[in-house]
Design a binder for this molecule. Structure first.
Ligand SMILES: Cc1cc2nc3c(=O)[nH]c(=O)nc-3n(C[C@H](O)[C@H](O)[C@H](O)COP(=O)(O)O)c2cc1C
Length: 319
């Protein structure tokens, strides 16, 4: 059975990102490295209501393990029931509760980041989900609503409620994604609790990752945007942590992986036109690609898998 305490330190994880950390992307990350996967958030209410699309979003392939399913909601009983249902349907290794999302669609319903303003409710949620599942229950949160010092009280409250791990994105809700993540504050929160803490925010290379781990004293970190178009970041970090040199992928290797990711994406979403929702990944993958400008317009208008394959062949032949 998966347990946060038994994982080797530092723990390296893929941060949950809605519409991005889906099964095709997570599998692709896992082909080349072994981070813990935090799967994108799903609505607890939709799971309990029986929404098939939402329930399917929690499906995964075995090679994605360890995988933590994130859920969001504001009602302890609904979140608990959602965890029970997902455990029965898919058996992920753990559950994570979203207490950091700043989107009004969540905060106006007293969930996501607004739970930081209702610590009693947040604690009830942790207790209820813990009772409903035998799996570890973690929380992902931010430093605060407007005041980054909120976390000094919020993290100990979560620990008191029995949470198994806390991930902290070093910004307040008010900041959204502006400014820079405050890792010093993450480190201060870490020192107040004995449950493991994963720091998060703005890590885009291995040097930064090592720096942040060292300075914050965190048990590990989550990487989100830094992995978009660059799933190799985990492989490089794993190498550096073993004391080896980080070897970036060749363009040949990149093209092979992009093709595999695209095929999985189309297979997963079920029709050729889903290549259109893959375009965002293409933008990230080809950022900085020498000569990419020449292909950009065609990459951005690609609408079928055969067309994309042909384009990747052409780009490969160019290199
Ligand atoms: C497009 C996008 C979607 C996100 N979706 C989620 C989500 O579903 N759940 C969550 O807890 N955080 C979500 N986040 C926040 C990330 O997990 C992470 O905390 C944030 O991006 C900071 O880390 P980074 O600088 O490594 O990206 C999302 C971020 C982005 C950019």
């Amino acid at each position: 059975m998966f347990s946060w305490d038994r994982l080797a330190r530092p723990v390296i994880g893929l941060a949950p990102m809605a519409d991005l950390t889906d099964s095709p992307f997570c599998r692709t990350v896992k082909d080349i490295s072994k981070p813990v996967i935090f799967r994108e958030m799903i609505s607890a209410e939709a799971v309990v209501r029986g929404n098939e699309r939402t329930r399917k979003m929690a499906a995964f392939h075995n090679d994605e393990r360890p995988i933590i399913q994130q859920i969001f909601g504001g009602d302890p009983a609904v979140l608990a029931e959602a965890a029970r249902i997902i455990e029965e349907l898919h058996a992920p290794d753990g559950f994570d509760i979203n207490m950091g999302c700043p989107a009004p669609k969540l905060t106006s319903n007293f969930n996501g980041a607004s739970l930081m303003r209702r610590p009693e409710r947040a604690m009830d949620i942790v207790r209820a989900v813990k009772r409903a599942t035998g799996r570890p229950v973690s929380v992902k949160t931010r430093l605060g609503w407007t005041d980054p010092r909120d976390i000094m009280e919020f993290a100990p409250a979560l620990e008191q409620a029995g949470v198994d791990l806390i991930s902290i994105h070093g910004r307040t809700k008010e900041q959204g994604f502006s400014g820079t993540a405050d890792w010093e504050m993450i480190g201060r929160a870490k020192s107040l609790v004995s449950v493991p803490v994963l720091g998060n925010g703005d890590v885009t290379d291995t040097g930064q990752a090592l720096d942040r781990l060292r300075s914050s004293g965190c048990d590990g970190l989550l990487i989100g945007r830094g992995a978009l178009g660059n799933p190799w970041i985990f492989r490089e970090l794993e190498a550096v942590l073993r004391g080896e040199a980080a070897s970036p992928p060749s363009w040949r290797e990149r093209l092979v992986l992009i093709r595999r990711h695209a095929h999985r994406h189309v297979e997963h979403y079920g029709d050729e036109r889903s290549v259109i929702t893959f375009r965002k990944h293409l933008v990230w993958y080809f950022k900085g690609f020498p000569g990419a400008k020449r292909h950009r317009t065609r990459l951005m208008s690609v609408s079928g898998l055969a067309e994309l394959d042909g384009l990747l062949d052409e780009i490969g032949a160019d290199r």
